[in-house]
Design a protein around this ligand. Structure first.
Ligand SMILES: O=C(O)CCC(=O)C(=O)O
Length: 257
């Protein structure tokens, strides 16, 4: 990342990076998520949650090398460190497709229902576009700079579902990635086309907070057996503090994430 990109991310709370995923990797991510949706059926997303109006998958690090490649991407990790500092870990890797219909509209929210605290930023998210994000198909909306407000949108807005006067939508091509300080007020919008709008969410959290999905518990032994040091570090597999924090309970609390 350039110094300008880092400053933009810090100041505006988001950065859209173009063309991160090449054609071959994109097809693999699309194919594998489609296969998992078919295979998991009604259980899809169950390691986290199901959401009306969207398709979800969770615990994706356990489900393929193409997903492990995503959570260790050097650009992503540089952005995570820019926002969270050196003490961070993966919280979850999930899939979300906004399905056609009004139900895919989400309220503005901050991930985990958190605002920054005395230690600074606590949450970072990345949205990987598996389809073009257009005005019509339910692009992510967000309010630039709102990560610095220190308040949750639902605490100060009369209706967090309503359009915000300062909001913008993240438009882009399949393969682009939205990097966000996840204290930024944001949400999915309604998909007014006939086709699903697919994405992956690589979500990271500061080291002193619980993972949304406690990776050590969810990963199968055969998945862990093949892992190198970088992936183990990203997932906090050798971090005893994380075992105490994430092993004690669920990081599911809070809004949406
Ligand atoms: O998929 C999107 O556009 C955003 C989804 C989101 O913010 C969430 O699920 O918390």
């Amino acid at each position: 990342m350039t110094a300008e990109e880092k400053t933009f991310l810090q100041e505006q709370g988001y950065l859209i990076v173009r063309g991160v995923v090449d054609g071959e990797w994109l097809e693999e991510l699309r194919g594998e998520t489609a296969r998992l949706l078919r295979e998991e059926g009604e259980n899809a997303g169950g390691e986290f949650r199901r959401e009306a109006g969207s398709d979800r998958l969770a615990n994706l690090v356990d489900k393929g090398a193409c997903f492990q490649r995503l959570v260790t991407h050097p650009l992503l990790l540089e952005a995570v460190e820019t926002v969270l500092g050196p003490d961070w870990k993966l919280s979850s890797l999930n899939y979300r497709a906004a399905l056609p219909g009004e139900q895919s509209l989400q309220p503005l929210h901050c991930d985990m229902g958190l605002v920054p605290d005395e230690r600074g930023n606590a949450v970072f998210n990345s949205i990987w576009m598996l389809d073009d994000f257009t005005e019509e198909n339910g692009p992510t909306r967000f309010v630039p700079g709102s990560h610095k407000s220190g308040v949750l949108p639902q605490a100060v807005l009369a209706d967090a579902h309503a359009p915000h006067p300062e909001e913008m939508v993240a438009l882009g091509k399949a393969g682009d990635v939205i990097l966000t300080n996840a204290h930024l007020w944001h949400g999915g919008t309604a998909n007014r086309t006939a086709a699903a709008r697919r994405s992956l969410h690589g979500f990271y959290v500061r080291g002193d907070l619980p993972q949304q999905q406690y990776q050590k518990k969810l990963l199968r032994p055969e998945t862990v057996a093949g892992m190198g040091p970088l992936l183990r570090r990203v997932l906090a597999l050798d971090d005893e503090r994380n075992d105490a924090i994430s092993g004690a309970g669920s990081g599911k609390s809070g809004f949406l994430k």
